[in-house]
Design a protein around this ligand. Sequence first.
Ligand code: SAJ
Length: 420
Amino acid sequence: MTSVCVIGLGYIGLPTAALMASQGLRVYGVDVNPKVVETISMGGIHIAEADLEGLVQKVVSNGALTAHRQPVEADAFMITVPTPLKDNRKPDLDYVFAAGRSIAPHLKKGNVVILESTSPVGTTQALAQVLAAARPDLRFPGNGGEPDVSVAYCPERVLPGRILVELVENDRCVGGLTQTCTDRAIAVYEAFVRGAILRTTAPTAELVKLSENAFRDVNIAFANELSLVADRHGIDVWEAIELANRHPRVNILKPGPGVGGHCIAVDPWFIVDAAPKEARLIRTAREVNDHKAHYVFDLVTEALARQPGAQVTCFGLAFKANVDDLRESPSLEIVERLGHTYRGRVSVVEPYISEAPASLAAAGVPLIPLDQALERKGVFLLLVDHAIFTRISREKLAGRAIIDTRGIWRMVERRRANNG
Ligand code: SAJ
């Protein structure tokens, strides 16, 4: 296995392509967005991810990674395109099948096609059918006999912010549509993965991926529900969780303004869509987490009732700490709603982006620098636990009504109190 064509150069595809290129593989990165292709061709990147820029610069300049608008011939094809939700909360697999149709003309005997995008159970089999329909001259899994082209599923499971480390160190599950498919796909990952590479079937690997994110969603929902319960009793939820976690078998996650990102807030719906009667807990967890954003909005409304006409300054828009990613961000949703409701009084600081999304301008919310934000009076709403926000001194927050959805400013206060 010497060459790989990666379809979709986003948060997963680009780091994977760059890493494989740094490990001796010849990598062809493909994206439908001409700006992305142009940026990468010049050795640049269009996403923020730790250490990615230097790596891309290196592998582009030594010719191991090239970017293209269309797929090219290679030994392996890796599909890393988005699988969003439709408005009716059904998975949208159009990008996966479009990627399949785009690589079909370039396939030849001995190739392996690997799907990495988070997908409902059965998608890998459906992808093989799309490929078979486009290339009746080749044998695909499911057509009988040993396939000419192998097809497998191997879910990505890297954490944004640690992608390059986790791509190498995490264990991987590889599920081919046949045993040979699994073998062929494993050969690709052996080139750059140091974690264990575990064999399974394609449907199992598909469900494994969905289960991982649903597990995290359910656990975060527990923490978010607990934060509501604690508020009702006037108890500090952060202290309660800290103490409960001293039990040897308890590990409660952190409450927040809700769950964002294109994975955990989305993938559990794939399970619910396919098994609506069975997946009751998973559905409820999604609803609990989605509700938390409304609850935070209501907290601001209550604070404003105590200070009529006051300004609201929001800290953070990203879906989580230290990333620039606004996809499905509950913080963005809360800030927009506040902007529409309290027009002209709401501002936001988000150090990871330089240009506010159009929806914020429509809500009349300006993106302001941190020093300017700290000059404002009224309500301070902490939405994202970016490291830069954790370093804000207590003095700078004095006299404001603080709503800290991540428990970071409260920690500063407690540490001070403990130190007398
Ligand atoms: N969050 C909390 N409390 C917590 C932990 C997270 O409110 O205690 C929130 C975050 O603020 C964020 C959301 O949950 O809004 C998700 O963040 P995350 O850091 O838990 O996960 P992601 O979305 O960045 O990445 C997840 C990871 N999945 C798991 O940990 C099971 C990652 O390994 C996957 O590769 C990724 O989804 C993906 O692409 O599917």
